[in-house]
Design a protein around this ligand. Structure first.
Ligand SMILES: C[S@@+](CC[C@H](N)C(=O)[O-])C[C@H]1O[C@@H](n2cnc3c(N)ncnc32)[C@H](O)[C@@H]1O
Length: 307
């Protein structure tokens, strides 16, 4: 275990409910990304994904409250959920003190989940909220997606990112998942809920500066940490499943080409001050240092970096 104060990524093998409650993260987190199990009876190794709904939302409320208590003034939370749960997500955030900023529609570049008695489902929601009314950091990123059919004139300088994100592909189970999906020797996915690096890239670039601290209490395969590291942000991941903890450590150490965010720099090139927002130029991938620990060691690990 590397306990030097150069550590930029810390991975805790713990239940985040307990880890977030021990006071060690107090006021230090600048951005959190919440991608919890969605309580839809998915096969997780270490978690019952079929809780009674009241219990599940009580738990989500507890997590949001604990993250809020650990967040710096103006710090941000991005809480991802299925669209059918939107009202519960917003309620959860409101009940725990967060100030609503946006409901982001992540319209995945995949086919819709068909419905026979309702419209097919084509998006997931990400609620963006802050601790206090004014975000401590918000970078207005500019992108330049292909012009919609019928538009004659190319944009001169791209356009601001809006609350509809339709340019980021989900890592589905089929071939579309591509090289980015982590797989075993037989080609099986190692974490079926692995989020795309492009999603975390947009969130981290929008709501943090280099040197800020990013938290992922449901770290999964470590997407948040892998992106944060390349952008010169510090990161803390909490994950209950030991196999996933091992996966995160390996992923950080391996620095796979498919995890390299530098290829997306060009997508944001119309953004003023992009180099400063991006932090470090990420070609080739930065060299992360990672450590697994218990939260009681947090103050030692981040001793100087979290000041
Ligand atoms: C939807 S996945 C997150 C995927 C992640 N965003 C990624 O890109 O890989 C949720 C993760 O939360 C973990 N988990 C479930 N309950 C937990 C808890 N109480 N504390 C910490 N992690 C938990 C699961 O093992 C799973 O890996």
């Amino acid at each position: 275990m590397d306990t030097s104060n150069r550590t930029n990524c810390i991975v805790f093998h713990e239940n985040c409910t307990a880890a977030l409650g021990n006071g060690n993260l107090s006021s230090k987190i600048d951005l959190s990304f919440l991608d919890p199990p969605f309580n839809q009876d998915k096969a997780y190794n270490a978690w019952d994904d079929n809780l009674p709904p009241e219990k599940y939302w009580e738990w989500m409320r507890e997590i949001c409250a604990k993250v809020y208590a650990s967040t710096s003034d103006g710090g941000a939370i991005y809480f991802m959920q299925r669209e059918k749960n939107t009202e519960f997500v917003l309620q959860c955030l409101r009940d725990t003190g967060w100030t609503f900023q946006n409901l982001i529609i992540w319209k995945k570049k995949t086919s819709a989940v068909p419905g026979t008695k309702r419209f097919g489902k084509h998006y997931q929601v990400i609620a963006f909220a802050t601790r206090g009314k004014t975000p401590r950091v918000f970078h207005r990123l500019r992108i330049d997606p292909p012009l919609p059919p019928g538009y004659k004139h190319a944009r001169e300088n791209g356009m601001f990112v809006t609350d509809v994100w339709d340019d980021i592909r989900e890592l589905t189970s089929g071939y579309f998942a591509g090289d980015e999906a982590l797989r075993d020797a037989d080609g099986n996915r190692l974490h079926k809920q692995q989020a795309p690096i492009q999603l975390l890239l947009r969130i981290i670039l929008s709501s943090t500066n280099p040197g800020d601290v990013v938290l992922d209490p449901f770290a999964g395969s470590g997407t948040t940490l892998v992106v944060a590291e390349q952008l010169g942000r510090k990161s803390i991941g909490i994950e209950l499943d030991l196999q996933n903890v091992a996966l995160i450590k390996r992923r950080l150490a391996e620095q796979r080409e498919s995890d390299d965010v530098s290829r997306f720099f060009k997508d944001y090139v119309c953004t003023p001050d992009l180099e400063a927002i991006w932090g470090k130029k990420t070609t080739p991938m930065g060299k992360p240092t990672s450590s697994t620990s218990s939260t009681s060691k947090l103050s030692t690990l981040f001793e100087t970096n979290l000041q």
